[in-house]
Design a protein around this ligand. Structure first.
Ligand code: ZN
Length: 168
């Protein structure tokens, strides 16, 4: 069944991202929060963490960010990038198991000109893709239609990540 996601509180989340104050950075706030479910935080590692995107492009759309608050790839050390890429592999394995995507988009948007929605804290997108996914997502009244709600995706991804950690 298709479920329509309509969540006006998300507008506050986005406007909170407009500030450059670290204390209100959505990524730093998510990492510092102890409530993984509320922040959709999938995994915490020493130098990075993974969370679901509140505005998923497709079901499962996740992000990996360094714990360090920085906006440029040049500011992140190679060890942290390796840890992030290891998480990307695990996220892809979890998505493959749960959603059987046909492909993935994996990448950084660095800077607003490149499409970064939250440019002050670098993050890597992992987006599962299907051949017909553009047809699956219709815009109705300005809201995307996503085949699965975020709470359900969170539960499933956390479970799958636990089972694949270290195997990929
Ligand atoms: Zn931050």
């Amino acid at each position: 069944m298709v479920e329509i996601l309509f969540a006006p509180w998300r507008l506050e989340y986005v406007s909170a991202a407009d500030t450059r104050d670290r204390s209100e950075c959505v990524f730093c706030s998510a990492f510092e929060s102890k409530d993984d479910r509320a922040t959709l935080t999938l995994r915490r590692d020493p130098a990075s963490f993974a969370l679901l995107n509140l505005y998923p492009y497709t079901t499962g759309h996740a992000m990996v960010a360094p714990v360090q608050h920085c906006s440029d790839l040049a500011d992140v050390d190679v060890e942290t990038l390796c840890e992030m890429m290891s998480t990307v592999k695990d996220l892809m394995a979890a998505m493959r198991e749960l959603y059987r995507p046909h492909g993935f988009n994996v990448g950084f948007n660095v800077g607003e000109a490149a499409g970064a929605g939250i440019e002050e804290h670098l993050h890597l997108h992992v987006v599962p893709r299907w051949h017909a996914d553009n047809n699956m997502m219709t815009v109705i009244g300005g809201s995307r239609v996503i085949p699965e709600d975020l709470g359900r995706t969170f539960e499933r991804m956390v479970g799958a990540l636990k089972s694949i950690k270290g195997k990929s």
